[in-house]
Design a protein around this ligand. Structure first.
Ligand SMILES: [Zn+2]
Length: 285
């Protein structure tokens, strides 16, 4: 069976804000501060990503976040959850979501930080995104891969989601508990698509050496192929900002190029779900 590759992106934030102060200043990357003032948008990157995938004739799944956690100015640990966030109701966010959808990309919910234990948030976020899209959303991935098993899956099902793509290692790369194949969780009935590789853990394991990152990726692709797994990867769109995340975009491109060479099938999460839709299970769709 040919390798299956599932490309995904979590859109956590589209603006660079507090990172200028917690990241660049700490590391004395003062040159980067210029983008704070000159109108460049280092974290947007969405069109660039579309062009790259279009050039290989592949499509991916984007999970969009609608975070509503209140901002706590005296608690810096909370900054990255609440600052620099966007709303699904901003005109340019609506525009890009519709453009992606019209171009064949899949759009899912990136469940906000507390939504894994809060059905109201799950329902609200799904319905806001559906209003923007004008159609039903089937999939979700939780922010930070927050997951109580099986409680989160039960809530997601109740909220009307049909698959979850949050099952992955919270740190590190590779398949959690060697679950290679998407599965239906028995207790909740949720269909689960395991995550194999997230770019930030990859680069931390590779000590930021892009060549090392690529060789780790290739061995994971081999492992996936040997186990008939779906090779699901997560690249946050802001990490296509080359200046700050050097080499990340190139490893992503090489995954696609290598997949093409291996004659892999490129599937969106929703395609995996549709294909697996058990003939035994009927869903109100
Ligand atoms: Zn996230």
């Amino acid at each position: 069976m040919p390798l299956k590759i599932c490309l995904t992106h979590d859109v956590d934030r589209i603006r660079k804000t507090f990172q200028y102060f917690t990241h660049d200043v700490r590391n004395l990357k003062l040159g980067k501060l210029r983008t704070l003032f000159n109108g460049e948008r280092p974290y947007w990157q969405l069109e660039r990503l579309m062009e790259l995938e279009e050039s290989y004739g592949v499509r991916s799944t984007f999970f969009f976040l609608h975070e509503t956690l209140p901002f706590k100015p005296f608690s810096p640990a909370n900054w990255k959850l609440s600052l620099g966030r966007y709303s699904l109701l901003e005109p340019e966010v609506k525009r890009i979501i519709r453009k992606l959808d019209a171009g064949g990309w899949e759009i899912g919910v990136h469940g906000s930080f507390n939504s894994y234990k809060n059905i109201k948030l799950l329902i609200d976020e799904k319905s806001i995104l559906e209003d923007v899209l004008g159609k039903k959303v089937t999939g979700i991935r939780q922010h930070y891969l927050n997951l109580n098993i099986p409680e989160t899956w039960i809530l997601q099902r109740e909220a009307g989601f049909e698959y979850d793509a949050s099952y992955g290692k919270k740190r590190g790369i590779g398949y959690r508990n060697n679950r290679y194949i998407p599965f239906t969780d028995e207790t909740s009935g949720m269909y689960v698509i395991p995550l194999a590789l997230m770019e930030c853990y990859l680069f931390s394991e590779a000590k930021n050496d892009p060549e090392k990152a690529w060789s780790l990726t290739k061995s994971l692709m081999d492992e996936a192929e040997q186990n008939n797994a779906v090779f699901t990867v997560l690249w946050h769109q802001r990490m296509f900002n080359e200046e700050e995340f050097t080499g990340y975009a190139e490893v992503y491109r090489r995954i696609i190029a290598e997949g093409k060479q291996r004659e892999a099938n490129f599937v969106r999460c929703g395609d995996i779900y549709d294909e697996a839709l058990p003939k035994t299970r009927t869903l109100a769709r």
